[in-house]
Design a protein around this ligand. Structure first.
Ligand code: NDP
Ligand code: MG
Length: 386
């Protein structure tokens, strides 16, 4: 039996992961499940999957979770330290699907425990890519990408040398406002930004898709995961979202990865790697799809992409600052404090101010340094008036 833990079990990726476990229960033993606010979901999942431990990040919800589970022998804990501890427990496979930089420490601990880390939490790679990949190497553990584009690249690179790669093209759906005139974007609401045309995902990544911060993060994610020069990483708008990524090689050949817009594929690939298991999801019918379209992803329209280029070129703590500032800018947009286009402005001001103060030069190879840069970026992003 494969022992697995899911960090961020109550979210969209976490629930999709549990759906795969549900389809093949005898093959898995669930060690730890974690969540934050959604106690009802955690309780349902504990009753169904019988993990050794369940943790909510919110200490105020510990008693509610504990009381609902008095009839089970599941250990109940709360707080980010308890989540970090649960991540250190020995398992064969861990899903890292907490949203935001709260996923960083659990991911690191899982790698330190020698586990295979299925990584959906792209924020941890943006903030701390060099630290995560060095930790995986040091502890002989592995990172399997779960983000659909990165799973696609990982699959296209199978049996290839990274030195043969000329370019990596990551596709972008364009998000909720792909076809909107630029002038209308200033007035969009969080509600409108939560309608993704192709994918069903958590609230934050859906809004990040509309602002293109999601794609901006994915470029950095590719650079960190595959150790590839940023100049070789491109993005194009592909409204159908069926070609997830394309890898171009030095002999002119290209490998594209295609599939339905269903995260079960990428999660299942990471769960079964290096094997593949039959998976009951939609199969593409090309005669019905008819056409694949590709358009330029314009950096004027999507400043997040321009910022991501700068962050990749500069390295150091730029990624940690980008992520911290973006998380606060997103909170401020969701609460109505700033407009949609102002998210990128806040992030850019934070990066420039921290750069001027000389705060971004250190390497992102030490947790404390990264967390300090993250905290400074958050503080500044909360203060900036736009
Ligand atoms: P959701 O918002 O649906 O789920 C997030 C999970 O993290 C929930 O379990 C939530 O708990 C938990 N959580 C939230 N805040 C904290 C915290 N401070 N500490 C600990 N746990 C916390 O997000 P998604 O599932 O959509 O995304 C998860 C990650 O995967 C993100 O990094 C995202 O970018 C990435 N990803 C997602 C894709 C998707 O299809 N959804 C595709 C590719 C990448 P609760 O709900 O109980 O509050
Ligand atoms: Mg993606």
């Amino acid at each position: 039996m494969k022992q697995i833990s899911i960090f961020g079990a109550s979210g969209s990726i976490g629930q999709n992961t549990l759906e795969l476990i549900r389809r093949d229960k005898a093959a898995y033993e669930v060690v730890a499940l974690t969540g934050d606010q959604n106690i009802a979901q955690l309780v349902r999942d504990v009753n169904e999957f019988r993990p050794q431990i369940v943790v909510t990040a919110d200490e105020k919800l510990r008693s509610e979770l504990g009381e609902a589970l008095t009839n089970t022998d599941c250990e109940v804990a709360a707080g980010s330290e308890a989540i970090a501890e649960a991540a250190s427990r020995p398992t064969d496979w861990v899903m890292s699907s907490i949203v935001g930089s709260a996923g960083l420490v659990p991911g690191l601990n899982a790698l330190r425990a020698g586990t295979t880390l299925a990584l959906a939490n792209k924020e941890s790679l943006v903030a701390a890519g060099p630290l995560l990949t060095a930790t995986a190497e040091q502890f002989n553990s592995s990172i399997i990408p779960v983000d659909s584009e990165h799973s696609a690249i990982f699959q296209a690179l199978m049996g290839e040398k990274i030195s043969s790669v000329e370019r990596i093209i990551i596709t972008a759906s364009g998000g909720a406002f792909r076809d909107w005139p630029q002038a209308d974007l200033a007035r969009v609401t969080p509600q409108q930004a939560q309608n993704h045309p192709n994918w069903s995902m958590g609230q934050r990544i859906t809004i990040d898709s509309a602002s293109m911060f999601n794609k901006a993060f994915e470029l950095i994610e590719a650079k960190e995961l595959f150790k590839i020069d940023e100049k070789k990483i491109e993005t194009v708008i592909h409204p159908e979202s069926l070609v997830h990524a394309i890898v171009g090689f030095c002999d002119g050949g290209m490998m594209a990865h295609l599939g339905p817009t269903d995260m079960l594929h990428a999660i299942g690939y990471a769960l079964n790697y290096p094997n593949r298991k039959r998976l009951d999801i939609e199969r593409l019918d090309f005669t019905k799809i008819g056409q694949f379209r590709f358009f330029e992803a314009n950096e004027q329209r999507y400043p997040a992409l321009r910022l991501s280029r700068e962050v990749m070129r500069k390295g150091g703590l730029w990624g940690a600052a980008l992520n911290g500032a973006k998380e606060v800018a997103l909170d401020r947009f969701i609460t109505g404090d700033i407009g949609f286009l102002e998210m990128a402005i806040v992030v850019e001001v934070v990066l420039n101010e921290m750069d001027r103060a000389g705060d971004l030069g250190l390497a992102a190879d030490c947790l404390d340094t990264i967390l300090n840069a993250d905290a400074s970026a958050r503080r500044l992003a909360g203060l900036i008036n736009v």
